[in-house]
Design a protein around this ligand. Structure first.
Ligand code: PEP
Length: 243
């Protein structure tokens, strides 16, 4: 039997209490009626919604996570959230090194590695994002960039159980441009070959219900990381069901 695909929703900085409750309840209901064990689903809402998500999902097989954490467990870091704090809110996962954090917060792979260590110490599964920009791909540097990020972002505490790698070409995130099946196959094979641990490898970048089936059935694609399309309960469920 093949392992269930991992379907992760990243809500980014979207959602207020009132408009999110209905969406969360709808998802929990849909997951309840899905074939058990068909897929693993994780929701990563903004920090302000984690407690609400946890409350609605406490009886559900759907798990939830944060979108970032600090490398220290506590301290004078105004505005930051630590891995034990996420764990305290019932999170099982945390997304780390997302390209929007690498771009807008200048996060380096070394910082991502330190955050992943902190996530592991707190008992969280770290979803570590890597991926090349458009300029890097055009310059023929995609393989080198992804290999370097992989080598520098994954700590020695990583195991197949506590770490997930998400290949997210930056040019495909939120743009509607999806990497071709051939590009995904090649990059996932490269990541599989270079990974020290046999983690699950997700693809992310403009995944929607219309392209999910093809992507999810490619070799070495163990699931998908979904941004925009995870904000619509029906669309997100359709992606999961494509697995
Ligand atoms: C993401 O935020 O990780 C992502 C892949 O976004 P989108 O699905 O909107 O491209």
């Amino acid at each position: 039997m093949t392992a269930p695909k991992l379907i992760v929703g990243n809500w980014k900085m979207n959602g207020l209490q009132a408009d999110s409750r209905e969406r969360i309840e709808k998802l929990a209901e849909a997951v309840k009626s899905a074939k058990s064990g068909a897929f693993d689903m994780v929701l990563c809402p903004p920090a302000t919604l984690i407690a609400t998500v946890g409350w609605f999902l406490k009886e559900s097989s759907l798990k939830w996570g944060g979108q970032d954490c600090h490398a220290q467990p506590s301290g004078a870091f105004t505005g930051d959230i630590s891995a034990p704090m996420l764990k305290d809110l019932g999170c099982a996962y945390v997304i780390l090194g997302h390209s929007e954090r690498r771009q807008y917060h200048k996060e380096t792979s070394e910082e991502v590695l330190a955050k992943a260590k902190a996530a592991h110490a707190a008992g969280l599964v770290a979803i570590i994002c890597i991926g090349e920009t458009d300029a890097e791909r055009t310059a023929g540097k995609a393989d080198a960039v992804v290999s370097a990020q992989l080598a520098a972002s994954i700590p020695e505490t990583a195991t197949p159980e506590n770490t997930v790698i998400a290949y997210e070409p930056v040019w495909a995130i939120g743009t509607g441009k999806v990497a071709s099946s051939d590009d995904i196959l090649k990059m996932h094979a490269l990541i599989r070959g270079k990974s020290k641990v046999k983690s699950r490898i997700l693809y992310g970048g403009s995944v929607k219900s219309s392209n999910a089936k093809e992507i999810l059935h490619l070799a070495n694609v163990d699931g998908v990381l979904v941004g925009g399309a995870s904000l619509k309960a029906d669309e997100f469920m359709a992606i999961a069901e494509a697995s």
